[in-house]
Design a protein around this ligand. Structure first.
Ligand code: SAH
Length: 272
């Protein structure tokens, strides 16, 4: 029997909802979903997961989808604080892990400044869970001894990751929010010494029924990215990306078929 801490009225819990499949929620996150009065969730949190909350739970979308409606970060802070001050149990539910490219740290700072009690519940970040589910091992003996996680988005202040240096420092690169920037990133990586034949895997909507993995190379990645359907996408770069294609092909047929049935259908795109 699992003893959960008390979700006190007037407090805010920040929880990660994992990469998509509701079965990949933690027990702590599920408990929070079942107990909260108000859930303020990201666009990445699926309807299936929100449906686990009791009917009376207030659900507030505070999503940030590229190109879609944006809730400014300060407004999210104000909302969390206001609901907590009214005495609600407030759950801030985010895709993946709240502290991995999720602005969870900023929200905790705002709550602390307002004197609102908070707790953080980790989640399986897409860079770990989406990659494994898509059969891309991000480390592999003899192939990848190191992995770096980075965002492809340049900061508002123009601060970009030094991809020339990062490409030399880590064997595997797992890039969040990088798909529309892959041309610029690939050029910097190649400039820094990575071969243009370096394998690349685009992992789309992993652990959902729309899951797809598309394999290509660093040199061809920008062109391939243009043809991908809209989806939450991770870009995995390095030798393990090609290993993913090998594993997908060698998956025993019965197992692959059972996975296709529910929940995650997969298609391994041809390398270009
Ligand atoms: N806090 C989240 C990341 C939020 S940033 C986490 O820890 O996973 C949003 C980015 O995460 C997306 O642009 C995409 O790069 C990645 N992502 C999230 N879920 C994904 C999924 N199911 N499949 C592929 N990429 C995903």
């Amino acid at each position: 029997m699992i003893r959960h801490p008390e979700f006190a009225p007037g407090s805010v819990w920040l929880a990660g909802a994992g990469p998509g499949d509701p079965a990949l929620l933690t027990l702590a996150a599920l408990h929070a979903i079942e107990t909260a009065d108000v859930i303020v969730h990201d666009a990445l949190v699926s309807g299936e997961i929100l449906a686990l909350a009791p009917a009376a739970t207030v659900r507030i979308a505070a999503g940030k989808r590229a190109g879609g409606t944006q809730t400014p970060q300060w407004a999210i802070h104000e909302q969390l604080i206001a609901h907590a001050r009214k005495g609600s149990r407030v759950l801030r539910l985010k895709g993946g892990d709240p502290f991995v490219f999720g602005r969870g740290g900023e929200e905790c700072l705002a709550l602390a400044a307002a004197g609102v009690a908070f707790r953080v519940i980790p989640g399986i970040s897409a860079g770990i869970g989406a990659t494994s589910a898509a059969l891309v091992p991000i480390t592999h003996r003899g192939i990848a001894r190191s992995v770096a996680f980075a965002t492809g988005e340049a900061g508002a202040e123009g601060a970009d990751v030094d991809f020339r240096a990062l490409g030399r420092a880590a064997d595997t690169l797992v890039l969040y929010m990088a798909r529309k920037h892959i041309g610029r990133i690939a050029a910097a990586l190649i400039d820094g010494g990575r071969p243009s034949a370096d394998p690349v895997a685009f992992v789309l909507d992993a652990t959902t029924p729309r899951e797809q993995v598309v394999h290509t190379t660093l040199g061809a990645a920008a062109g391939v990215a243009l043809d991908l359907p809209p989806a939450a996408t991770l870009v995995v770069i390095g030798a393990v990306a090609a290993l993913g294609a090998v594993l997908a092909r060698s998956e025993p047929a019965a197992h692959a078929a059972s996975k296709r049935a529910a929940p995650a259908a997969r298609r391994v795109g041809a390398a270009r």
